[in-house]
Design a protein around this ligand. Structure first.
Ligand SMILES: Nc1ncnc2c1ncn2[C@@H]1O[C@H](COP(=O)(O)OP(=O)(O)OP(=O)(O)O)[C@@H](O)[C@H]1O
Length: 606
């Protein structure tokens, strides 16, 4: 039994750690429905296993458990055990982050609760521990009642003892060690088997009925109230203490003031908004701070403010550890902010998460997929959860699968998918239903160029249909292609904000010149020519006659640069040349420099 029931933790741990549960909540599944359906399903498995066990007992002529009314009694014991132990395993599974270790440790716990617990219970009842006070003894005995496997073992133990005695007392010559007249009296009043008397199973059955309900209640409270308690502690206790003892860091790092004019303008605009206008943006972050109170304390988000409207695709760029995923986790209600407010479609994420969840589509950084389903099945499940009507589900799912060219893999198990196909499917799930905001955390990781283009088209179509999209990516090409606005995050702060073109114009105050000189003897002259004609130009790279220059834009228009290079082409025997504007990647790299050189750093313009 311990082996069977401990297995029920595998899915709950997997779905929690892979975030598949979070995605289901975002799709509109209520906490109650999620756990109740898990309980019902596992109970069906448990019941089938119980029936098989009964068949084995019957086959082995273990009549005291199966024949006549005994079958009903065995059924009551096992069903109440199932009712208690399944929520118990679910509750315990919250302590683990790996399904395999959860399974092994719960297996040991359940096994020893049933064996060692059983022996302990008997020893305590028989007052073998003479030095123990009665209070301690009854405390330990009552504590053991919290363990479903202990209750099962005691029920089976008492039950077997009663009926075994009955059989022996009915023999012609009952054994002498049994006081059969007394035992028969007890057995004759069969109703007593459920009584609360000692040697009867009543109290264990009651314990299982109550604990099953309590465990389920704790799970429900853990999913709802615990999150609120954690938020309260973070916002009012830990942050309050931190503000007192680290005033210097709070005033320097968390003030929210920015060196960058665009970031500061956005912040001022949001702070000046009257409270009744705050909910008008599709996504609004107001003075958002997230601190992880670990050792050492991590300032993951340092007071950022941002408003995103319908039809916008906003890119959140930054190096590993900049705070992008943390921002997403707060926006989707997975974790709470330490300070500040976040609104989605006018609803405060912290205070009204139930209303916020169905407005969000989320493709997390690591695929939150249920490996044992096919793409079609999982899409149908989410479509159903989103409320797509039953007769439309099939065409709807086909359309979604087609849009990311997944139909060829639609009926294969997800566990057999390649990394790129998993990302495609995760993105398709984020787009299911009618979310007004879609969060895509590095959606194109591992995709081939064709799949990436397909993704871009799908995202652009979603944006044009009026959804707000927030995307993180390490591909600057992708951000350039998709984003209407973007921000570069460094160590939890926005360092710049605006459209890709605006940022290129603002920070890319250089041209990039690539030229190939045919003959070696003209190379030196060409270099001197460039340095004289464009003072301040820098030779970034040289290889086999190919020169790569950064030319300052100041006083040098496109016309002047092209005109000069056209003349130089003949004069210095250039095989070819190209002039381009700075790329988004180069803008991004300037902030990398800032990230590496200083904490809470300022940007270095190229
Ligand atoms: N659960 C956590 N506990 C403690 N610190 C955390 C936790 N999650 C994130 N951090 C820290 O917060 C900071 C921001 O992390 P985050 O995952 O948001 O970065 P990111 O920009 O998404 O990085 P990547 O591009 O690698 O995904 C990092 O310093 C990280 O170590």
């Amino acid at each position: 039994m311990a082996l069977l029931v401990s297995g029920f933790c595998i899915l709950t741990v997997t779905e929690r750690t892979t975030k598949a549960k979070h995605i289901q909540f975002l799709s509109g599944v209520s906490v109650f429905a999620y756990w109740l359906s898990a309980l019902l399903w596992d109970f069906i498995i448990f019941f089938i296993s119980f029936c098989l066990l009964m068949a084995v007992l019957k086959n082995n002529k273990a009549d005291i458990y199966v024949t006549g009314f005994h079958f009903q009694e065995t059924m009551v014991i096992f069903n109440l055990y199932g009712w208690a132990v399944i929520p118990f395993v679910y509750l315990m599974s919250f302590l683990f982050s790996k399904s395999t270790s959860a399974f092994i440790q719960l297996l040991l716990l359940n096994y020893f609760a049933g064996t060692v617990g059983f022996l302990m219970g008997i020893a305590l009842e028989n007052k073998m521990y003479t030095s123990m006070s009665n209070i301690t003894r009854s405390f330990l005995l009552n504590s053991l009642l919290l363990l479903p496997n202990y209750n099962l073992a005691r029920c089976i133990g008492e039950y077997t003892a009663i009926y075994q005695t009955e059989i022996l007392c009915n023999l012609k010559n009952p054994p002498d060690f049994l006081n059969c007249s007394k035992e028969s009296n007890k057995i004759n009043s069969l109703k007593n088997i459920y009584s609360l008397e000692e040697d009867m199973i009543g109290k264990y059955l009651i314990a299982m009925s109550i604990t099953g309900f309590l465990f389920f209640l704790f799970i429900f409270l853990g999913e709802t109230t615990l999150q609120r308690l954690r938020t309260f502690l973070n916002q009012h206790v830990y942050f309050g203490i931190y503000k007192q003892i680290r005033k210097d860091i709070v005033s320097k790092e968390l003030s929210g003031k920015s060196e960058d004019q665009d970031v500061q303008n956005e912040r001022d605009r949001i702070l000046e908004l009257p409270p009744q206008e705050l909910p008008n943006s599709t996504v609004l972050l107001k003075e958002l701070i997230k601190i992880y109170f670990t050792y050492p304390v991590i300032l993951a988000i340092k007071n950022i403010s941002l408003a995103i409207q319908k039809g916008e695709c906003f890119g959140l760029l930054g190096y590993n550890g900049a705070g992008k995923t943390t921002t997403f986790q707060i926006l989707t209600g997975e974790i709470s902010a330490t300070s500040g407010e976040v609104f989605i479609d006018g609803f405060n994420v912290t205070k009204n998460i139930v209303k916020v969840r169905p407005r969000i589509g989320y493709c997390p950084q690591f695929d939150a997929l249920l490996e044992y389903m096919t793409a079609r099945e999982i899409m149908m499940m989410y479509a159903r959860v989103w409320g797509v009507s039953e007769h439309q589900i099939k065409p709807y799912v086909n359309k979604c699968l087609n849009s990311l060219e997944l139909e060829a893999h639609a009926d294969k198990l997800i566990s057999t998918y390649s990394g790129g196909n998993r990302r495609r499917l995760s993105t398709a799930i984020a787009l299911v239903g009618k979310p007004s905001v879609i969060f895509l955390d590095e959606p194109s990781t591992g995709m081939d160029p064709a799949a990436r283009r397909l993704l871009w088209n799908t995202v652009t179509r979603a944006r044009e249909s009026g959804k707000a999209i927030i995307i993180t990516s390490h591909s600057m090409e992708e951000c350039d292609a998709l984003c209407t606005r973007l921000a570069i995050m460094v160590q939890g702060k926005f360092m710049c904000l605006g459209s890709p073109q605006h940022l290129k114009n603002k920070f890319g105050n250089i041209y990039i010149l690539k030229a190939k000189v045919k003959t070696e003897d003209k190379l030196k002259d060409f270099k001197t020519f460039i340095e004289m004609t464009f003072p301040g130009s820098v030779l970034k790279h040289e290889n086999q006659g190919i020169l790569n220059y950064y030319i300052p834009r100041k006083d040098n228009g496109w016309g002047k640069v092209f005109g000069t290079l056209e003349k130089a082409k003949e004069q210095f025997d250039l095989e070819d040349y190209s002039i381009s504007q700075v790329t988004l990647e180069q803008v991004f790299l300037t902030f990398a420099y800032a990230d590496e050189t200083a904490e809470g750093c300022e940007k270095q313009e190229p």
